[in-house]
Design a binder for this molecule. Structure first.
Ligand code: FPP
Length: 252
């Protein structure tokens, strides 16, 4: 029997219990390339193809928000050659994909500290956010020079400043007001957080927002993460009983 391309939501997944927000730590590009005797860059290029298809898959299957970890505040510690390559790759991919994203209804957003990014990339980030701002088919949120601790510190400083200026009372600092100061703002927290390549660490990603996320570790290196892998992650998610610290409310 011919293998069916997974363009539609697989019938054994419940469309009413899909995660509203999926976050992904794309790990293993370098090891994927090494296994093939190729330079790390080769793995990053292939990783772009995997993310391109995952965005379309989320749209096809009805997952409305996808957040991916493209570059961390710690990634500057890699050799300059690799950092420069990644910056160029982000710019190149955005330029190449922008028209398709506009046409396919992808709303593109970025989060992180953009100040250290090359100016041409910062400008293109702004342009692509504006060009896709009204799209509603899927929200694709890219963490770029993102660090969870830095994000929490910046939110704390912003609130402290408001208190200092008399615009806010200390008692008004709640989980909600705090969350609004994070890069994710009003976005719902991720329901499902996927990490590829078998590592089970958060690596400073969405530290506040992932408090109740279901974690799913895929054994494959990121460039091999395809729709079948995403299906496995969603199967796992739908098999979980999310209690948010309370007792099981499902009928016995
Ligand atoms: C982790 O693999 C991957 C990265 C640090 C870069 C991820 C970026 C992409 C896949 C491109 C995405 C592009 C856009 C525009 C969203 P690694 O290098 O840490 O692999 P290793 O752990 O095997 O060394």
């Amino acid at each position: 029997m011919a293998v069916q391309p997974m363009t539609l939501l697989p019938p054994d997944l419940d469309p009413r219990r899909l995660p509203a927000h999926v976050a992904v730590i794309m790990d293993g590009n370098g090891r994927w390339a090494k296994e093939r005797g190729k330079p790390r860059f080769f793995g990053h290029r292939q990783g772009v193809e995997a993310i391109n298809d995952l965005v379309r898959c989320c749209k096809d299957w009805g997952v409305p928000i996808l957040t991916v970890f493209a570059f961390s505040t710690e990634n500057w510690g890699r050799p300059a050659e690799e950092v420069n390559f990644l910056m160029g790759l982000f710019h190149e991919v955005l330029q190449r994909e922008l028209r398709a994203m506009v046409e396919e209804g992808v709303c593109l957003r970025f989060m992180g500290d953009f100040a250290p990014l090359p100016k041409a990339l910062r400008d293109f980030i702004e342009e692509s956010v504006q060009a896709t701002a009204h799209n509603r088919a899927i929200l694709f949120n890219v963490a770029m020079n993102y660090g969870g601790r830095r994000e929490i510190l910046q939110a704390t400083q912003a609130l402290a400043r408001q208190v200092e200026q008399g615009a806010l009372r200390v008692e008004q600092i709640t989980e909600e007001t705090f969350a609004h100061e994070l890069y994710t703002g009003l976005l719902p927290d991720p329901d499902l957080l996927i990490r590829s390549s078998g590592e089970s660490r958060l690596s400073n990603f969405l530290l506040w927002q992932s408090a109740y996320s279901e974690l799913y570790v895929s054994q494959v290196f990121w460039p091999d993460f395809d729709r079948a892998c995403f299906y496995q992650a969603l199967k796992h998610y739908q098999s979980r009983n999310r209690r948010f610290g309370k007792l099981d409310s499902s009928p016995t």
